[in-house]
Design a protein around this ligand. Structure first.
Ligand SMILES: NC(=O)c1ccc[n+]([C@@H]2O[C@H](COP(=O)([O-])OP(=O)(O)OC[C@H]3O[C@@H](n4cnc5c(N)ncnc54)[C@H](O)[C@@H]3O)[C@@H](O)[C@H]2O)c1
Length: 252
């Protein structure tokens, strides 16, 4: 097992990519702490973890609230004494329909809070534990939109920020044996995107992306979870500060 007895925290654990990551980690022997704003969603995923014969725990937190992030890491330190792996998945695009001259201050700020500042704060708190133990793996969630995306101005900026922050963190934390990397998925088939449009529009979007991506399909949550597993494992111990595009070759 690749994560045997590792204490890992996955934020956004109730979402589709978060769930797949939690289950993949649990299957590889990790003890997974599930965190999300959605408590009932976490309970469902934890039940799946337990059905695999594995153990985990839930700490709900709203990652746009600094005090809740601090409390979460305090609890982890008190209960488990260590944290081997942090995967920052919580987030999303809350302004995907704005033109350049229509960017809204509130939505823009929310995208920064939920995608970038949450990642920075979780990394800050995790680094305090990981530096002491001289071991850690941090996997941050960027997006292929870090390269730029029309109509996703604030989201792509927040995810580009995640990449820049990942590089800076890797520079600072390498000497503590802490790896920091980022994932940049292209379109992944998840409920939150499908539910945001009618079935016909989704089918057209999926087909359009599949045609443009060299691998001929859009991604599935397990594709992202498998990459997170690699970056969280000791198999990637000489890889840090990198962004891995889980994209089927999109935008090569
Ligand atoms: N699906 C894609 O195509 C895609 C592509 C690139 C990047 N991503 C990124 O992957 C991550 C997961 O997205 P997903 O597609 O699984 O969507 P999702 O909506 O299923 O998962 C996101 C999870 O984050 C949680 N969350 C949102 N705001 C939160 C907050 N303030 N505090 C705590 N939890 C919060 C949600 O409750 C949800 O469970 C996001 O960061 C997203 O930006 C997704």
């Amino acid at each position: 097992m690749r994560l045997k007895n590792k204490i890992s925290l996955v934020t956004g654990a109730a979402g589709d990519i978060g769930r797949a990551t939690v289950l993949r980690f649990a299957d590889e022997g990790a003890f997974v702490i599930l965190s999300d704003i959605n408590a009932s969603g976490c309970e469902k995923v934890l039940a799946e973890v337990e059905a695999l014969g594995r153990k985990g725990a839930i700490i709900t937190a709203d990652v746009i609230k600094e005090d809740q992030i601090i409390s979460m890491f305090d609890k982890i330190k008190a209960d488990y004494k260590r944290l081997d792996i942090l995967v920052n998945i919580a987030g999303g695009d809350y302004e995907n329909d704005a033109s350049i001259d229509g960017i809204g201050y509130e939505k823009m700020s929310y995208n920064m809070d939920v995608n970038l500042k949450s990642c920075m704060l979780c990394c800050r708190e995790a680094s305090k534990i990981m530096m002491d133990q001289v071991y850690g793996k941090i996997v941050n969630m960027s997006s292929l939109t870090w390269r730029g995306s029309p109509m996703q101005f604030s989201y792509s900026a927040s995810k580009g920020g995640v990449y820049a922050f990942t590089r800076s963190s890797a520079l600072a934390l390498g000497m503590f044996n802490i790896n920091v990397n980022a994932l940049a998925p292209a379109l992944i088939e998840v409920e939150v995107i499908k539910n945001g449009m009618d079935a016909e529009t989704w089918a057209a979007l999926k087909e359009d992306c599949a045609t443009r991506y060299p691998m001929g399909r859009v991604g599935q949550p397990i594709d992202v979870a498998n990459c997170a597993l690699f970056l969280a494992s000791d198999e990637s111990s000489f890889i840090t500060g990198q962004i891995i595009e889980v994209s089927g070759g999109a935008r090569l």
